[in-house]
Design a protein around this ligand. Sequence first.
Ligand code: GLN
Length: 533
Amino acid sequence: MALRKYIFVTGGVASSLGKGIISSSLAKLLQSRGYSVTIQKLDPYINVDPGTLNPYEHGECYVTEDGAETDLDLGHYERFTNIPTTQNNNVTTGRIYQSVINKERKGDYLGKTVQVIPHITDEIKRRIKILGTKRNFDFIITEIGGTVGDIESLPYIEAIRQLKWELGPTNSLVIHLTLVPYLAASAELKTKPTQHSVKMLLENGIQPNILVLRTEHPLNSELRKKVALFCNVEYNSVIESIDVQTIYEVPLLMQKENLDGTVLRKLDMPEGDKPEMKPWKQFVAKVKNPKKSVRIALVGKYVELQDSYKSIMESFVHAGAVNDCKVELTSIQSEKITEANMAGQFEGLQGILVAPGFGDRGIDGKILSARYARENNIPFFGICLGLQCAIIEFARNVLGLVDAHSTEMDHKTPHPVIDLMEEQKGVTNKGGTMRLGIYPCSIKEGTRCSRVYKDLDVLERHRHRYEFNSSYLDQFEAGGMIAAGINPDTGLVEIMEIPGHKWYVGVQFHPEYRSTVLNPHPLFIDFVRAALD
Ligand code: GLN
C-alpha cells in the first residue's frame, strides 16, 4: 500500500462554519505543492444518500460523474480541486448501517452480536480507507459532518480515534474548526466555546492537532496563545479563518496562515514544490474587482434557501470572472409569477435561468418564464426541469398543442411532450433510481452549442426521470426549436435551442455540476456574455 496521509476535519461550537471550504482550501494548497489529494464527507444522518431529501432540508443534491447523489460539499471539493469525486467520497450513517445489516443477513458475523463498536466503527474505517485504493492519493481529507457533541456523530469520532491510533502520529492528524464569537457589548472575542469544544473531543479520546478558528475580527497573538495553552496545541497550529468576501479567498488566507505548511510538517512530509497559486489569485482578483455587472433572474421554487442552487450560483461566479463582470442573481419564487405580474418581475433583468426541480409546485411560473424570455428575446437558460418547461411552453404557445404537459405533472395530458423514460416505467423505489451521472452527448454541427462547446462530443451529468418525447421532434424542429444535442447511444434529446433567438438554450443535463474555478462551464460563460450584450 502506498503511503497515504489522513487528515480528519471536525467541527465544534456551531454548524455551518465552513468545514467544507476549509477542507477544499487545504486540498487546493496541497495540490499547489504538487501533491494529489481527495476529500471525503461523512454525514451522520440515516438517509442512505441525500437524493430523496428536499433541498429546503439539506440544500442542493450534488451529482458525481459515477452517479452518486451527494452532499453539496462535494461540489466545493470539485470546484476547488478540479478532481472528480465518486460514490466513495460521500458516506452516510444510512449507508454504513445498510452495509452492516446486509452483511449480517448474509451471515458474515454468524454467531456474533452485531454492535456499534466494533462493527459500525469498522465499517466507517473501511469506508475511509477504501479511498485511494483505485487511484493513488498522497492525502485523504475526511470531513465529518455535524458538530462534535451530537449523539449521531459519536461512532465517527470513535472511528477516527481508532484510526489515528492505528496509523500513528505522523500519518494522520485532526483539524478542529470552531467559532470565536465577538461580544459587541464588551468588544471582546471569546475563546471559551473553543475550549469547551476541544474538551468534548478530548472526552472522546481525540486531541486535535490543529485548530482553525472562525472569526469576524482578527485574532491577536495573546488570544492565539491562550487557545494554544488551554487546548494543548502548538502556538502556530492555531489558525485564523476570518470572514471574507468570497469563499474563493479562503485558500489564500489559509496559505497566509501556513495551514498547509503546518500540516506537512506534522505529517512528516517534504514541503513539496513551490506553491503555484497564480491562476487562483488572478481568478479571485477578477471576482473581487468586476468591471461591470449583469442581472440575471434565477427562477425556482426553493429560492428562499440559497444552498438549494449552490452549484448554479457558483457556476455564475466562475462565468462572471471570465466575462470580467459580477453576475447579480435575482431569485424569483416561481409560485409567485403570474401572467399579469411577469413583466414587472423580470423588469431590468438581462437573462432568465429556469432551475431544475421536481413536482408541480411553481410549475406554471416556470413555464411562463420560458415564454416571457422567448417572446421578449431575453437570453434564456433552462436546466433539466427548466428545459422541460421551455418545451411545454413551446408546444402550447407556438405549436398550438393545447394542454401539452409533462406526465410528471399531468399524466392524462393529450400531448405528453415530456414523458417518463422507457427504462423508468417499472421503477417503484425512489432512492438512487433516476438517470444519474455522466452520459455522452453529441452536439449537432452549426448549432449555438457547437460554437459554445467548441467540441461535438461532450460528457454531462444527469439527474432526472423524464425526458423529451422524441415523437414530437419533427413538429418542434418545423416550428423553430431544434435538437442541438442527442445522446449517441439512445437517441434521447439532451439540448434544445431556438436558433433565431438571442440566446435560448435548454439542457436536460446539469452543466452546473461540472463548472470549476479552473474549468468554468462554457454554457454559463456564453449565457452571461449574451446577457451582457
Ligand atoms: N422532475 C424532472 C425529471 O425528473 C426534472 C428533474 C430535474 O430538474 N433535476 O425529469
